[in-house]
Design a protein around this ligand. Structure first.
Ligand code: OSB
Ligand code: MG
Length: 371
């Protein structure tokens, strides 16, 4: 039985975050991205979300490169190949190098369509078991330490299970020391988004005294060699984000001891199938794994929740509730967090309905392609 994808609808959305989000690479407030809809003969609709930003400052992909790769290459491959199971899409897309976020967006829509046709949840289709998932929060760089402490205090009162703080050179040890002083028992971690080099090793070593859960992506976005040197020199566990773009990258990083933990993002690694391969590899090697976030709207958020139901996702992820990011999200109901926990939906596919009215309102361009 093939999955009869008849049309792909590409919508370019523009949404505005409730608050600007600052990392070592820059500040984001307006978000432009794609919602992909895979439609079959019976009118079933599978949804995917592309997580690339307008500017290539996280990885090299952008909204525009996503459009180019999806429409000029990936759709052609979908036309030329029958798909029996969404796991095959990874191989079908293999002739096109990298461009993982573009691939993941289309693949995600096909996974959702497949699960809906089978009348199962996306979590079940992936082999997930968890009925609820633990949630942490990622707090961007704040104007003052006082603002940061206030945000952390609020997040703890809301029940978030761990606090992630964005750091960069000059805004690191002194701030984290104050945070640790005010919150001696809170699980805290730091994310540098590749802002350091091995020359900063003494500054990074100082973080060992703060008992952080981990430091995420301290060194270059494409490095696994220097990270191994750094991990050998510091006690704080290193978690890799940007550097892991495939299961092969994960295998090499584990072998080199470049990290003890992996942050998986579906978009960064080319889709749910690759994310699952990385999950399985981490499980075999006893490496901790958690699901990262890309300030997603509801569709991407729902995919993250489904992935996080796999057994090795033992650490809280970055997928918080819709209201933290958006005045209005594009799904019904919106994702809600209760005491640091999201209940996994039990409806077919991504498990949330699309709020078509909101989807329309945020769409700035749309195009339909025959498959
Ligand atoms: O490095 O994890 C990251 C947001 C944008 C780009 C990169 C990252 C992040 C986050 C926020 O940390 C995660 C989220 O809340 O969605
Ligand atoms: Mg990160």
């Amino acid at each position: 039985m093939t999955i009869p994808v008849k049309h792909i609808k590409l919508r370019r959305l523009k949404m505005t975050l409730n608050n600007p989000f600052s990392t070592s690479f820059g500040t984001m407030q307006d978000k432009t991205f794609f919602i992909i809809e895979a439609i079959d003969d019976d009118g079933n609709r599978g949804f995917g979300e592309s997580v690339a930003f307008p500017i290539p400052w996280y990885t090299e992909e952008t909204v525009e490169t996503n459009y180019h790769i999806m429409t000029d290459f990936l759709m052609k491959l979908l036309r030329e190949n029958d798909i029996h199971h969404p796991e095959e899409v990874r191989n079908i897309f293999q002739p096109i190098k990298r461009n993982y976020m573009a691939k993941a967006a289309l693949e995600g829509a096909i996974w959702d369509l497949y699960a809906k046709r089978k009348n199962m949840t996306l979590s079940e289709a992936l082999g997930g078991t968890r009925k609820q998932i633990d949630v942490g929060i990622s707090i961007g760089i704040q104007p003052t330490v006082g603002d940061l402490l206030q945000k952390i205090n609020h997040s703890i009162s809301e029940g978030y299970k761990r606090i992630k703080i964005k750091i960069k050179p000059g805004l690191d040890y002194d701030i984290l020391r104050k945070v640790r002083h005010h919150f001696p028992d809170t699980p805290i971690m730091a994310d540098a988004n590749s802002a350091y080099t091995l020359q900063d090793i003494d500054q990074l070593k100082k973080l060992d005294e703060l008992d952080l859960m981990m430091i995420e992506q301290p060194l270059a976005h494409d490095d696994i060699v220097d990270h191994a040197k750094l991990q050998a020199a510091i006690r704080t566990p290193i978690c890799l984000d940007e550097s892991i773009q495939s299961a092969e990258d994960a295998r090499k990083a584990i072998e080199l001891k470049s990290c003890q933990i992996i942050n998986v993002k579906i978009g960064r690694v080319g889709g749910l199938t690759e994310a699952k391969l990385i999950h399985d590899l981490c499980r075999e090697n006893n490496v901790d794994i958690w699901c990262g976030g890309m300030l997603e709207a509801g569709v991407g958020r729902a995919h993250n929740i489904a992935l996080t139901t796999l057994p090795q996702f033992t650490m809280p992820g970055d997928t918080a509730g819709s209201a933290l990011y958006w005045k209005k999200d594009i799904i019904k109901p919106e994702v809600t967090v209760d005491d640091g926990v999201i209940k996994v939906p039990d409806k077919p596919g991504i498990g949330y309905e699309i709020n078509d009215e909101a989807l329309e309102a945020f769409t700035i361009h749309e195009a339909v392609f025959d498959i």
